[in-house]
Design a protein around this ligand. Sequence first.
Ligand SMILES: [Mg+2]
Length: 269
Amino acid sequence: MRERRIERASGFILDMDGVLYLEDSPIEGASETVRKWREKGKKVIFLTNNSSLSRRMYVKKLSKMGIRADEREIITSAYMTALYLQRRCEETLLYVVGERGLREELKEAGLEMVGEEEAETATHVVVGIDRSFSYDKIAASLSALSRGAKLIATNPDPTYPTGRGLLPGAGAMVAAISKCSGKRPLIVGKPSLRMYEFALRILGMKPGEVVAVGDRVDLDIKPAKKLGMISVLVLSGVSGRDSPIPKEAYFPDYVVDRISDLEVNRWKR
Ligand SMILES: [Mg+2]
């Protein structure tokens, strides 16, 4: 029985938007499922491309939904971007297009940021989702990039799922800035393998022992399959029953309506 692979898994890496919640509304059964996995001794990592909140803010958000999480179990594209830039040897000065959570992570990593007026002095332009995106921010980014700054994207998500349908994601902002500057971004979040590899290191597990759960084939399933993890596509977020069928190489190992369908106990007869 193929489901044994999930039952036997030691770790779970869970995408958040569309898997655990849609904006502030929890997805039915998500908290119970995570709790039951923990009771069985499974380790859980919460991992998101969404850079709008810091790890601390995600702990609070999850807790409001009845999901207990430690800051060390949360990996976000904002945090990964901060770690990536922190490891650069050269001096960095950042112009940031993004929200509070991203700034908080960059600040915590000891990175320096400049405002719009001094944007042209920046060494890196960091772009994440920004729901106050504007023409002035594109122009400030362009002034830095045309003077040699590097373009870093927290993630390329074109959209994110909400209860009211899809809304524009960071990829839309990255595209505008990339288009006018002619610069291709370095992408820190999924589908680059960085975040999943980091999660595996924290879990201390091999890819084959870990289940990756996500709602997007291109961003969640593709990198999971590349690394050899057990992959599960949920249909509670961006992907639906009418979504195009992915290429065979990226076909998820399991497709379920929602995360609670994976509850281990259900398979015990
Ligand atoms: Mg998602």
